[in-house]
Design a protein around this ligand. Structure first.
Ligand SMILES: [Zn+2]
Length: 383
C-alpha cells in the first residue's frame, strides 16, 4: 500500500524509491520476519521512511511480546562492553552539567543504567521500557522502571535533569510526537539526549524493519523544531560504537534564532541506493568467495552482522557450520563457540560476521592465526 502522508520532517511529498526486499526483513533484535521491506528517500530533507510500515498495533506487538534484544539480565560481557562505550560517549556529552536525576526512555534490561550507576553512584536513575521481561530485569537490578510505551505513560512527573532515549526515536511512527512527549520528562533546566543512527551515511539501519525513519541532520532538526525543541549539539559516535549520532536538545526559547542546519551533501540518495543494491548482490558474491576459499566454513561474530547475513544472504548462511566468537553468547538460541585455533587439523574458512568498518582489522588478526578469511567490506563500503 502506497502512503500518501507527507514527510514528517519537511512536509514535502517527493519520494525516491530505494531497493527493497519483498519477503524478508530483519527486526532490530535480529529476528527474521517474512515481510516486505521497502523504504523511500525524501528528496528535500533526505529522511528515509518505510513505504509500508508496520501498523501501531504490529509495532507494539514487536516490542511488548518476544522482543529479544534485552530479554535477559544485564551483565553479559559483550553487552556491558558496548554499554561502557556508550557511557563514555554520553558522559562526555553531559559534561559538567549538574545532574541529580536521569530518566531513560527504552531502558531495556537496565544494562546502560547499570553502567551509569557504576560511574555515577549518586545519580538517581529511572526510566521506562515497553517489554515486560526486559523491564523486570531492569527492576531486579534496582532501577525504578515503568513498563510501557512512551505514548501511553505520563512522564511529566519524572522531572529529570537528563532524559535519554538511546536508539528509540527511529522506531517511532510519529517522531515529532515522540520528542514532544519525551521532553515532558525533562526538568526546567534539563536536557534531552537522543541517540539514533546517523542518517548522513547509509548503514545497516536501512535494513532494519522496525526502523521506521532514518534521520539526516536536517531531518531531525526540522522535527525538533516542530516539537518546540532546539538542538544545541550534534555529535557523531566513535567508530567503535558504529554509525550513530547523538543530539542534545532543550526547549526552545525566544532567544533561539539559531541558524538552520544546511542541506546535506548531494549524492546521499545515490549512496543509499548503491549501499542497498550491494546488499542485494552480497549473497551470490559471498557464495562464490566461500566456494573458492574451500574448507569448512564458520562465521566469526555472533552479533547484528551475523543476523544481517542470515536474513539478507541466506544461501551463504546455509553453508556456515556454526558461529565462533571471542565472547560467550548465543546465536539462534545455540551457544556460540569461543574462538580458538583450529583443533581438527582441517583447513578452516572464517566468514566475517562483523561490521564492514572493522573487517580489515579483524581479517588481519584471523589470517595471522592461520585461517582463511572471507570478508565483504569491499562489497558494501565500495560505493
Ligand atoms: Zn522530508
Amino acid at each position: 500500500m502506497q502512503r500518501s502522508e507527507s514527510c514528517p520532517s519537511c512536509d514535502g511529498n517527493d519520494w525516491l524509491p530505494l531497493p527493497g526486499w519483498s519477503r524478508s526483513a530483519m527486526l532490530s533484535d535480529g529476528r527474521f520476519l517474512e515481510a516486505q521491506l521497502n523504504k523511500e528517500h525524501c528528496r528535500d530533507c533526505r529522511l528515509v521512511r518505510h513505504v509500508s510500515p508496520p501498523s501501531k498495533d504490529q509495532l507494539e506487538a514487536i516490542f511488548k511480546e518476544g522482543y529479544e534484544l534485552y530479554a535477559h539480565p544485564a551483565g553479559d560481557s559483550f553487552e556491558m562492553q558496548r554499554q561502557r562505550r556508550y557511557a563514555d560517549w554520553i558522559l562526555a556529552l553531559i559534561g559538567a552539567r549538574p545532574v541529580e536525576t536521569v530518566f531513560e526512555i527504552g531502558a531495556g534490561n537496565g544494562s546502560f543504567l547499570t553502567e551509569l550507576h557504576r560511574r555515577m553512584p549518586d545519580w538517581r536513575l529511572k526510566g521506562l521500557e515497553p517489554s515486560p521481561i526486559a523491564a523486570g530485569h531492569a527492576r531486579e537490578s534496582g532501577f525504578d522502571i515503568q513498563t510501557g510505551l512512551l505514548q501511553d505513560i505520563d512522564v511529566s512527573g519524572a522531572d529529570a535533569d537528563i532524559v535519554l532515549a538511546i536508539n528509540v526515536v527511529e522506531h517511532a511512527h510519529d517522531p515529532t510526537a515522540f520528542l514532544s512527549h519525551a521532553v515532558t520528562a525533562v526538568a526546567d533546566n534539563g536536557c534531552l539526549i537522543v541517540v539514533c543512527p546517523d542518517g548522513e551515511r547509509p548503514s545497516s539501519e536501512l535494513l532494519v524493519y522496525d526502523h521506521l525513519h532514518s534521520f539526516t541532520a536536517l531531518a531531525i532538526d526540522n522535527i525538533a523544531r516542530k516539537a518546540g525543541l532546539t538542538i544545541t549539539q550534534r555529535v557523531i559516535a566513535p567508530v567503535s560504537l558504529g554509525p550513530f549520532q547523538a543530539l542534545l536538545l532543550r526547549r526552545s526559547s525566544e532567544a533561539d534564532e539559531s541558524a538552520r542546519i544546511g542541506a546535506p551533501a548531494q549524492g546521499l540518495y545515490e549512496w543509499r541506493y548503491r549501499f542497498l543494491l550491494a546488499w542485494h548482490q552480497l549473497d551470490s558474491a559471498l557464495v562464490q568467495r566461500i566456494e573458492s576459499a574451500g574448507g569448512n566454513v564458520w562465521a566469526f561474530g555472533g552479533g547484528e552482522s551475523a543476523q544481517m547475513l542470515r536474513t539478507y544472504a541466506p544461501e551463504t548462511w546455509s553453508r556456515v557450520a556454526g558461529v565462533l566468537s571471542d565472547v560467550p553468547g548465543s546465536f539462534d538460541r545455540q551457544p556460540v563457540r569461543i574462538y580458538g585455533p583450529s583443533t581438527d587439523g582441517q583447513p578452516r574458512t572464517l566468514l566475517l560476521a562483523v561490521r564492514p568498518e572493522i573487517q580489515g582489522a579483524v581479517a588481519n588478526r584471523l589470517t595471522h592465526d592461520g585461517n582463511k578469511v572471507v570478508q565483504w567490506d569491499d562489497l558494501i563500503l565500495g560505493g
